[in-house]
Design a protein around this ligand. Structure first.
Ligand code: GLA
Length: 741
C-alpha cells in the first residue's frame, strides 16, 4: 500500500521504493508537513518529526512549523499557498483537518490536463479534507504517489459551502517546506531563440521566484525549477524538482526565512489573478509534479521524462514512432505556390523524409505577417486546389501531409476582424498593443472556442491531414474580456487557458489520428500542460546547431527527447549566420524528433547524399533516439561551454548512441576521454563512429569495448595527435554507436 495512515499519531505516509512523503495532522488539526525525500521504512513511526508540540500560532515563538497548506492570518509569516477573501475583506484562514480518503488510481481535474494512470494499481491517491469554518470554505488536497516513480503529484480544490460569495486570491498547486536552505535554485529560461538556458543561483534569505504574467508559460521562464545541493552532479547528490502542468501565468518561488528553512511553492501566479467563488462553486488548481532524487539531476530528469512520455502524453502518438518531416518555413517563408511546394516535397521524398509540413502563408491574403490570421481558408492563387488538392498530391508522392495554424490569433487585417472585432483581447477604452501585427482572440469566450472548433475540425476533416503545428506568436498584454463583469476580470487569464485547453481537447478527440505539435515562436509555451495534447513541441526558432546544444540541454532537464522537435536547416543559419557542417546539424537534431527545414533543391549532390544517409541512420535508431534514456555527460553551461556530450541508451542497455560536440577547435590540446554511463558493465559493445572517418579519434574508439571500460575509462574524444585537430575546423560533432555483442 503506497499510502499508509497511522491513526494514533495521525500521520500519512506516501511511499514507494524511491520516495517517502509524510504528512501529519498537528495537535490543533492544522495539516503539518514532516518529510519529502528518499524512501523510509513503512514500519517506522514518524509523528515525533513535527518537533515540538503544536497548539496553534498564538504567542508563537521559535522556528516556524512545516505546513502543507499555509494560509494568512495564523501567524505563519511566510508566503501562503491559499488566500481567500471573505465578505468583510479579510483573508485570514485557519483550515483544520476534517477527514481523508485513500483510493486507487488518480483523479482527473475538470477542464485541465494532468498525468494519469492506465490501470488503477499504478498509483494511489490521498485526498485530505480541511475546513475553515468561519469562511465556510472546504479545501481538498490531493496527493498521488506512483508505485514505481520518484514522483508525488499535488493539486488542490476549494469549495464555497456557505451562502455568501468568496474570492480566491491565491491558490497554489503545491507548497513544500524544507528544513534547511543549503540549496541551489536551478531553472531554465531566456528569450526568443535562446530558450531554456540553465541558470543556477544559491538560495539566500528572502524570496526568489520565476514566473510569467504574459498569459502563457512564456519564453522567459519555464514552469519548472530544481533545488539541488551545491555538490549535486548529473549522477550523484540530492535534488528536488517541481513542475507545473499548466500553460498560463505561473509562479514558482522559494522563500528562505530567518531560520533558514525553505518554502517552495508553485501554481497559478497570484499577480493579476482572482476567482469568484459563489456559494456552491469550486475552484481547482492545476497539478504540480514533485520529484526527489538522491542520485543526481540525471535521475530527476529521467523521472520527468518517463512520466511525461508515458503518463502525460495521450493518444496514438504517445507511443508511435514520430515521423521525419520537412517544413517549408525556412525554405520559402511566405513566398510559395503549389508547384514550389510539390518540388520541395518530391525532393524530400527521394531523401527518405516521411511527411511534408506546410507552414505559415497558405490562407487568406497572407503574404507577410501583417494579415489574415483568423481566415483559415486556402489562398487559391497559391493553392488552386485548396488544402485538399495539395494534401492529396503530397500523399500521392508517398508523403504524409501536415499543416501550420495559429488558431488563437486574429489579424486586424482579416475577414474575421471585420465580422468580430470584439473577439480580440483588449480593454475597449484603451489602445490595444499589437505584437507581430496581430491581436489575440478571447479564448475565455465559449463562442470563440466553438467557432474555432467548427472551422478547424472542418479543415482537418476535409483533407488528409496527419499533423498540425499549432503556433502562438504573441503574448497577452491587456488581459481583459468585455464578456466578464468587473469583479471577474481577474479570472480572465485562467479562463483563457481553460478555453485553449477545451479547444485542444475537442480537436484531439475529434481527430485522434492527427499528431499535434505545439509552438509559440519556438519554445514560448513549452510546458507539461500542452504536452498532454501535443506530445511534441517546436523547441526553438533557433535552428543553429551550436545554439541548439544549450537549448536542448536545458529543455532536457524536464522534458523528454520525444517532446523536442529539432530540424536540420540551411547554412548560413537564418538566426545566427553561422556556417556549421551538415553532419553537426544532424548530430544535434538526432537528439530530438528529427526534421528538416531547408530547400532540398538547393543542396549539392554530395549534400543530398549525406542527408539521405542521415535519414537512414536515424530511422535505424529512431526508437533509441526518441524513447531511449537520455544521459547528459558534458554540459554546454560548464566551464567555457566549448564541449557538450550526451547519450541515449535503450531500456535493456544493449544499444546506445553517444553525441560529442565541440564548438571551437583548439590546437595542441592534449587527449580527452569521455566516460559513459547507463551501460551494462559486464557487456562488450561494438563501437563505431558516425560520420565514419579515418582520423585518430575514430581509429582509437572503433572496435569491441567492454561496458566497464566505456564507463570507467571512456571514449577518446580528443587525441594528442595533431593530425586529429589540424583539419577538424570548428563546430564539429561525432556520434559513437554502441551495440552489445
Ligand atoms: C513562428 C514559428 C515558426 C514559423 C513562423 C511562421 O515564428 O515559431 O516556426 O512557423 O511562426 O510565421
Amino acid at each position: 500500500m503506497p499510502v499508509h495512515f497511522d491513526a494514533q499519531s495521525r500521520t500519512f505516509h506516501l511511499r514507494n521504493a524511491q520516495v517517502s512523503y509524510l504528512i501529519r495532522v498537528l495537535e490543533n488539526g492544522t495539516l503539518g508537513h514532516l518529510y519529502f525525500g528518499g524512501s523510509l521504512s513503512e514500519a517506522g513511526s514518524y509523528g515525533r518529526l513535527s518537533g515540538r508540540e503544536f497548539l496553534g500560532f498564538s504567542n508563537r515563538l521559535g522556528q516556524p512549523i512545516a505546513l502543507e497548506c499555509p494560509t494568512p492570518g495564523i501567524g505563519d509569516y511566510r508566503v501562503p499557498a491559499l488566500a481567500v477573501e471573505q465578505q468583510d475583506g479579510s483573508t485570514a484562514l485557519d483550515p483544520r483537518f476534517v477527514g481523508h480518503r485513500v483510493f486507487d488510481g488518480k483523479p482527473a481535474i475538470p477542464g485541465m490536463p494532468t498525468t494519469y494512470v492506465q490501470s488503477h494499481d499504478e498509483a494511489e491517491t490521498l485526498e485530505i479534507l480541511l475546513v475553515d469554518t468561519p469562511a465556510s470554505l472546504e479545501i481538498r488536497l490531493f496527493f498521488t504517489v506512483y508505485g514505481d516513480r520518484p514522483v508525488v503529484t499535488r493539486s488542490a480544490r476549494v469549495r464555497n459551502v456557505g451562502s455568501v460569495p468568496l474570492t480566491v486570491r491565491c491558490a497554489m498547486s503545491a507548497s513544500l517546506d524544507l528544513p534547511d536552505s543549503e540549496w541551489e535554485l536551478v531553472h531554465v529560461g531566456g528569450a526568443w531563440a535562446r530558450e531554456c538556458h540553465v541558470r543556477t543561483r544559491r538560495l539566500e534569505i528572502g524570496l526568489q521566484a520565476i514566473g510569467s504574467v504574459r498569459g502563457a508559460s512564456g519564453h522567459g521562464h519555464n514552469p519548472f525549477l530544481i533545488l539541488r545541493r551545491a555538490h549535486t552532479t548529473e549522477e550523484s547528490g540530492e535534488a528536488y524538482g517541481v513542475s507545473l502542468v499548466y500553460s498560463g501565468n505561473f509562479l514558482a518561488e522559494a522563500e528562505v526565512d530567518g531560520f533558514e528553512t525553505t518554502r517552495l511553492r508553485i501554481g497559478i501566479n497570484p499577480e493579476g489573478f482572482s476567482w469568484n467563488l459563489d456559494p456552491g462553486a469550486e475552484f481547482c488548481t492545476p497539478e504540480a509534479i514533485l520529484v526527489y532524487s538522491d542520485s543526481g539531476l540525471g535521475t530527476l530528469s529521467n523521472a520527468y521524462h518517463g512520466l511525461y512520455r508515458e503518463r502525460l502524453a495521450r493518444g496514438v502518438w504517445r507511443d508511435a514512432p514520430r515521423p521525419i518531416l520537412i517544413n517549408n518555413w525556412e525554405a520559402t517563408y511566405f513566398d510559395f505556390d503549389e508547384a514550389r511546394l510539390l518540388e520541395i516535397a518530391a525532393a524530400s521524398r527521394r531523401l527518405g523524409i516521411e511527411m511534408f509540413v506546410l507552414d505559415d502563408g497558405w490562407f487568406g491574403q497572407r503574404d507577410g505577417d501583417n494579415s489574415s490570421l483568423g481566415d483559415w481558408t486556402a489562398n487559391r492563387d497559391k493553392l488552386p486546389g485548396g488544402i485538399e488538392g495539395l494534401a492529396r498530391k503530397i500523399e500521392a508522392l508517398g508523403l504524409r501531409f501536415g499543416i501550420w495554424i495559429e488558431p488563437e490569433m486574429i489579424s486586424p487585417r482579416s475577414k474575421l476582424y471585420v465580422e468580430h472585432a470584439d473577439w480580440a483581447v483588449g480593454v475597449p477604452s484603451r489602445p490595444r498593443t499589437e505584437g507581430r501585427n496581430q491581436l489575440v482572440l478571447d479564448m475565455s469566450r465559449r463562442e470563440v472556442v466553438d467557432y474555432l472548433f467548427d472551422v478547424l475540425s472542418d479543415l482537418l476533416g476535409r483533407a488528409p491531414i496527419s499533423y498540425v503545428k499549432w503556433d502562438m506568436n504573441r503574448n497577452i498584454t491587456e488581459p481583459f474580456s468585455p464578456s466578464l463583469p468587473a469583479n471577474r476580470q481577474g479570472e480572465f487569464p485562467h479562463r483563457y487557458i481553460l478555453g485553449m485547453y477545451d479547444l485542444y481537447d475537442r480537436l484531439t478527440r475529434a481527430c485522434p489520428q492527427v499528431l499535434f505539435e505545439s509552438c509559440a515562436s519556438g519554445g514560448g509555451r513549452f510546458d507539461p500542460g500542452l504536452l498532454a495534447f501535443a506530445p511534441q513541441a517546436w523547441t526553438s526558432d533557433d535552428t543553429d546547431a551550436v545554439e541548439r546544444l544549450r537549448i536542448q540541454w536545458g529543455t532536457s532537464l524536464c522534458y523528454p527527447v520525444s517532446a523536442m522537435a529539432a530540424h536540420v536547416s540551411a547554412v548560413p543559419n537564418h538566426q545566427t549566420g553561422r556556417m556549421s557542417p551538415l553532419a553537426t546539424r544532424a548530430a544535434v537534431a538526432f537528439f530530438g524528433v528529427l526534421g528538416y527545414e531547408l530547400d532540398p533543391g538547393a543542396l549539392t549532390d554530395e549534400e543530398r547524399e549525406a542527408v539521405a544517409d542521415q535519414i537512414a541512420y536515424y530511422k535505424e535508431r529512431r526508437e533509441l533516439f526518441q524513447r531511449g534514456r537520455l544521459l547528459r555527460l558534458r554540459s554546454p553551461f560548464a566551464g567555457d561551454g566549448n564541449e557538450t556530450a550526451w547519450m541515449t541508451v535503450s531500456a535493456d542497455s544493449q544499444r546506445a548512441v553517444v553525441g560529442h560536440y565541440r564548438v571551437l577547435n583548439r590546437p595542441n590540446r592534449g587527449a580527452s576521454r569521455l566516460r559513459l554511463r547507463g551501460l551494462d558493465a559486464g557487456v562488450p559493445y561494438r563501437v563505431s563512429v558516425w560520420p565514419a572517418g579515418d582520423d585518430p579519434v575514430s581509429a582509437a574508439n572503433t572496435g569491441i569495448r567492454g561496458g566497464d571500460e566505456l564507463m570507467r575509462i571512456g571514449l577518446l574524444v580528443a587525441s594528442e595527435d595533431p593530425a586529429d585537430s589540424r583539419h577538424l575546423g570548428d563546430f564539429t560533432a561525432r556520434l559513437f554507436n554502441l551495440e552489445a555483442e
